[in-house]
Structure formats: structure tokens, C-alpha cells
Ligand binder design. Structure first.
Ligand SMILES: C[S@@+](CC[C@H](N)C(=O)[O-])C[C@H]1O[C@@H](n2cnc3c(N)ncnc32)[C@H](O)[C@@H]1O
Length: 193
């Protein structure tokens, strides 16, 4: 990751300053950003969806990974000030579509299908997001959900849903706030008795 950090040192320094000086940005920690970057490179998605842009820190990492596979990043933010700040922070990135509004209202209007989703918005709504997203996921789409350990009680319904559905395989990683990584299957493998 050394080369990437060097290449984007000015952009990353700007995020660092905002993190120190502004409240309520709730950016993912650096380790999670690097994991997201690596997962996108591994998956090579064509279309990425992020729920919860904030000032665009995680969006930035998704975007630089997306560049290597010609992917587009759709990102949704409901807070006007953070949306505008992200606009400024991401103005040089060419592969990002920023959407302003409630994810619950925007997702049903999206016409594309996604291969990679990062969920990092209202924790209580994770369950709603995944239910309205289901028919917008390609086979083997990867869904990364943040804060599944730090906000376990609030996201429990989401985790129970993912774990009980035969369409998802998933694993929870105990890094930072806890990440659940799920893979969505359009075709279910039936095991013969
Ligand atoms: C944890 S922060 C996102 C941090 C960002 N992913 C990062 O690491 O830089 C969560 C963001 O989700 C936004 N949010 C909360 N509920 C939302 C909703 N229903 N629709 C869209 N955005 C929402 C909040 O305004 C907040 O900026």
C-alpha cells in the first residue's frame, strides 16, 4: 500500500486534516480502507455501491481501487453538508456518482446491478438496505457491512438475515469495528441427500 499512499498523499492528507478538525465524519479506520481497496482489486467489480459517503474517505479508497478495473462507484449520503464536502474532496475522481438523499428512497430507483456493496450508514437500517438491494445484486456480489461488532445489537437483524438466507455465504472479521463480508448467490446449490 506504500506506493498508493505516496501517489495520493495530498488527497489523503486532506482527509486526515478533516478527520482531526471536523466532528461527525465517522470515517472508517485506515486498516478497513486498505481492506476495502484490496477486496475491490480481488473482486474486479464493474459496479460498486456505497451507502454512507460522509466526506468521501471510504469512497476515495473504493474509487482508486475501482480505477484498476474500470468500475463505477455509486455513493449515497443523506446529510447535505457532508455530501457537499465529499463533492469537493472527490472532485478530481472521474469514476464516482454521488447521490444525495435517503438510501431507502434512492436504492429502489437505481437501474444498475451491483457486484460490490459497502454498507456504512444508519445501522438500524442495514436490514432495510439489504432487502431493497437484493434484486440489484449480480451473482457473486460481495456485500461488506461495517460496525457489525461495535453495533452488534443494532445490526443483529441484518446479520441474522444474512446468516439464515441460503443465498448468502458470509464471514465476520474482528477488525476495527467489525466487518461482515457476504457473497450473494443467484443460484442456490442444492445438496443431495
Ligand atoms: C459512518 S458514516 C460514513 C463514513 C464513510 N463511509 C467513510 O468511512 O468515510 C455514515 C454516513 O451515513 C449517512 N447516512 C445515515 N443514514 C443514511 C441514509 N438513510 N441514507 C443515506 N446516508 C445515510 C450519515 O449521514 C453519515 O454521513
Amino acid at each position: 500500500m506504500k506506493n498508493i499512499k505516496e501517489l495520493y498523499k495530498y488527497e489523503l492528507a486532506r482527509f486526515e486534516v478533516q478527520k482531526k478538525n471536523l466532528r461527525r465524519l465517522w470515517n472508517i479506520p485506515q486498516e478497513t480502507a486498505e481492506l476495502l481497496y484490496t477486496l475491490v482489486l480481488t473482486k474486479s467489480p464493474k459496479h460498486i455501491l456505497e451507502i454512507g459517503t460522509s466526506n468521501g474517505f471510504s469512497t476515495f479508497w473504493l474509487s482508486i481501487a475501482a480505477e484498476s478495473c474500470d468500475a463505477v462507484v455509486d455513493t449515497i449520503e443523506v446529510d447535505k453538508d457532508r455530501f457537499k464536502l465529499a463533492k469537493r474532496n472527490l472532485k478530481n475522481r472521474k469514476n464516482i456518482i454521488q447521490r444525495f438523499g435517503k438510501a431507502e428512497l434512492i436504492i429502489p430507483e437505481l437501474i444498475d446491478k451491483y457486484d460490490f456493496v459497502f454498507i456504512d450508514a444508519g445501522k438500524i437500517n442495514y436490514i432495510d438496505y439489504i432487502k431493497i438491494l437484493i434484486n440489484k445484486l449480480n451473482n457473486n456480489a460481495v456485500i461488506v457491512a461495517d460496525n457489525v461488532i461495535s453495533h452488534y445489537d443494532t445490526v443483529k437483524e441484518y446479520l441474522d438475515y444474512i446468516k439464515s438466507s441460503e443465498r448468502f455465504d458470509s464471514v465476520t472479521l474482528n477488525i476495527d469495528s467489525g466487518l461482515n463480508i457476504a457473497v450473494y448467490k443467484t443460484d442456490i446449490i442444492k445438496i443431495k441427500e
